[in-house]
Design a protein around this ligand. Sequence first.
Ligand SMILES: [Zn+2]
Length: 378
Amino acid sequence: MEVMFTPFRQPGCNPKFMRLYCCLGPLKQGFLDGCRPIIGVDGCHIKAEYRGHLLTAIGVDPNNGWWPIAWAVVEREATEQWKWFFELLKNDLQIENGYSYTFVSDQQKGLDRALSEVLPNSEHRYCVQYLYNNFKKKHRGLALKTKLWNIAASTTEGLFKKAAADLEKFDKEAYEWVKKAPHPSHWSRQQSIITMLESIRIFLMERIQRRTTAMEKFELSIGPLIKKIIDDRVIESRQWRTIWNAVDGYQVRGPRGAQFAVYLKKKSCTCKLWDLSSIPCCHAIAAIHRNNGDPYKEVYDCYNRDLFQKIYKNVLYPINGQVMWPEADGVDLDPPERIVQPGRPKKARRRDPTETQKTGNSWLQGAATRQSTTAESG
Ligand SMILES: [Zn+2]
């Protein structure tokens, strides 16, 4: 926990609160225990009587769910505030150099520069949902949407060129837009990221419990979301025919003459999806079935249920009510300037009607709103 306040005070007043950073011990440990080195970061306005922004960082658990890491309340969203957040985060997560880390975000104000200054070796990707929301302001229709997502899903340069040519043939203007957007190697298929308030600690405490209980009921060595990905690919794999070389190589041929090479021992397919996502692609599944194998057992350990349980053992603990809190050392702080809001405050980000999937974002925003309403009325 880190608090920053104004260096000067007016006569008769305490220094004013500026920023607060929070990374609870169990959440930090959970990330270190086995989340992949992918960190989603997001920022949004705080819907409260004081001006401010909320910055958040989340990890990805072995069931592809999000794991909360840290959040901060800052006076505004700009390079300086993101730098402050990343410095503290880097320290908490013991990131020496950012080489193996990927940060995923929308195009937040000041984030790009802050990240390149604090963690210059890390990779930065943009959320495709966010790119698509901008894309469709000018380019509407399901066919165009599918073509954009095909580009985002390309795992090799060849597939990317093919998907791009397909879009160009269909809609030249839309293709020109994509060319100007950040290169797809910097896109990410992660959903856009959550927003959190410190006051949703209770929500996180319950969420960890709910997810642990749900996983306990699940009997496979992987979680339900990973099972669903594999089950969908099993259906797709039925369209692919395998030729085996009697050792470890499979030539896999499918619709429209497409063809890839699969190597089971190396857990590799030339479509690159298995290599990149660590979950077998439909071509690999065709080969696994030919070899009488079990695709559920061919995922990498980062999706393992035991790892999930190790992470989720890092629970949050109940605390006493505020009257029983110990006196804090240090200076007393005054709140920042209040803002006068005519009528209802506007939403920080209007939800897009196409974002039908229930993401961590919406759950947490709901929790944050409920919590702050309770706090205000109490
Ligand atoms: Zn493949």
